[in-house]
Design a protein around this ligand. Structure first.
Ligand code: 5GP
Ligand code: ZN
Length: 141
């Protein structure tokens, strides 16, 4: 499985840095975003290092999309947002800041006027950790 020693998400996959992990299978992992736009904002990521949608293998894409849909369903049940986006950025102009393919699972509220630049300010780790536990309980088999 390809890995990049300088990639923050590869380090999370390897367990070298911590995360609030929601779900893991052979090919993918999902964890809370630590600079969230909204409660329940999390990420679904292939374990192998692919930079973007242009380089990810079809198999890894399918696996990551499956995980994103499954975790999105649990997030929806947990925080009951007004809506939810799956967002996926490719390249700096599109807002990509971590160059390891990922889907944002991105809860929305009516009138939140979300911008794709939400400032990346640190969230409350107690809130994020508590939400992670609740979302995990809502993950369907
Ligand atoms: P992008 O800007 O590439 O679409 O999204 C990258 C996301 O990764 C951002 O929302 C950012 O908050 C998140 N992120 C960056 N570093 C870390 C980290 O060390 N841990 C976690 N959990 N999320 C991170
Ligand atoms: Zn990586």
């Amino acid at each position: 499985m390809s890995s990049d020693p300088d990639c923050i998400f590869c380090k999370i996959v390897a367990g070298e840095i911590p995360c609030f992990k929601l779900y893991e299978d052979d090919q993918t992992i999902a964890f809370m975003d630590i600079n969230p736009f909204s409660d329940g904002h999390c990420l679904a990521v292939p374990k192998a290092h692919f930079k973007d949608v242009f380089s990810i293998s079809p198999d890894a894409m399918a696996a990551t999309a499956r995980t994103a849909a499954r975790v999105a369903t649990a997030v929806d049940a947990t925080v009951q947002p007004d809506g939810l986006n799956l967002i996926q950025a490719n390249g700096p102009a599109a807002g990509q800041t971590v160059f390891h393919f990922h889907f944002h699972i991105f809860p929305r509220a009516d009138g939140d006027r979300a911008s794709l630049d939400w400032g990346h300010s640190p969230g409350n780790m107690d809130t994020i950790g508590a939400l992670a536990e609740q979302i995990k309980e809502n993950l369907a088999d």
